[in-house]
Design a binder for this molecule. Structure first.
Ligand SMILES: *Cc1c(COP(=O)(O)O)cnc(C)c1O
Length: 236
């Protein structure tokens, strides 16, 4: 346990240094980049240890897992996001518990988030997940349908779009992955220029353990990091 906590501390500091370095290289400040820990399969005590080191954003993938860990998180010091695939019939269970739902890719899902937010008299922030590689197997809106979806969502009460999120295809080299990140950055900039009501482009969520430095160099404002912080995941 002691060793595990020390590893997390070492990893946390190393990642923060890498983020700061990439931020500066990309012409920004270290504090312009949000470090969100992807906490699927990770025990709450380890998550809270990372929070005690200064981590202030965490993200879960599964509704059931989030609910079972919810009472344990130190949410006085960290912001909780939902980052996984979400079914409309489960929206009710997490609205009000998470500050941001990063993985919205349909009008149906956004409408349900709006409906549940109205019921609870709160506002919910969302990101639109883009299937930047046009992969059949992946969730996310197709790039060519993004603008239309944004206009539709902009009409919904109590839900506001704060940016975009993407999980690009697995790439064999750095050049290729940077190409996908660049496509995302260009969409992010194009949309911000459209000045759509209720649609802000503050957050560009892209980059994971293997590619967060490249993502920051291409304009990510939020990176989602799991295994580089907590070690390899154990799904048992
Ligand atoms: C698990 C997960 C991550 C983090 O993956 P690592 O490669 O372990 O850093 C990021 N984003 C999402 C949506 C995830 O599910």
């Amino acid at each position: 346990m002691e060793k595990l906590l020390n590893n997390i501390e070492y990893n946390y500091k190393t990642i923060c240094e890498n983020i700061a370095e990439a931020a500066i290289k990309s012409g920004r400040k270290p504090e312009d980049i949000t470090f969100l820990a992807a906490t699927k399969t990770v025990d709450v005590s380890l998550i809270n240890h990372a929070i005690s080191l200064g981590l202030d954003h965490i993200g879960e993938n599964k509704v059931q897992e989030l609910l079972s860990k919810y009472e344990g998180y130190d949410l006085a010091h960290a912001d909780l996001h939902f980052i996984g695939h979400l079914q409309s019939n489960k929206v009710r269970q997490i609205v009000g518990k998470v500050s941001t739902i990063q993985s919205v890719d349909s009008l149906k899902l956004a409408s349900e988030i709006s409906r549940q937010s109205i019921k609870q008299d709160i506002d919910t922030k969302i990101l639109i997940e883009v299937n930047v590689g046009n992969e059949e197997s992946k969730s996310g809106v197709k790039p060519e349908l993004l603008t239309e979806l944004l206009y539709q969502i902009s009409e919904l009460p109590r839900v506001s779009v704060d940016g975009l999120m993407a999980i690009p295809p697995i790439c064999e080299n750095e050049q290729k992955i940077r190409g996908y990140f660049e496509i995302m950055r260009n969409m992010f900039i194009d949309i911000s220029h459209k000045n759509i009501d209720n649609i802000s482009m503050n957050t560009l969520s892209m980059g994971m353990s293997g590619d967060y430095k490249e993502a920051i160099l291409e304009g990510a404002t939020l990176v989602r990091i799991g295994s580089s912080l907590f070690g390899a995941r154990n799904y048992n």
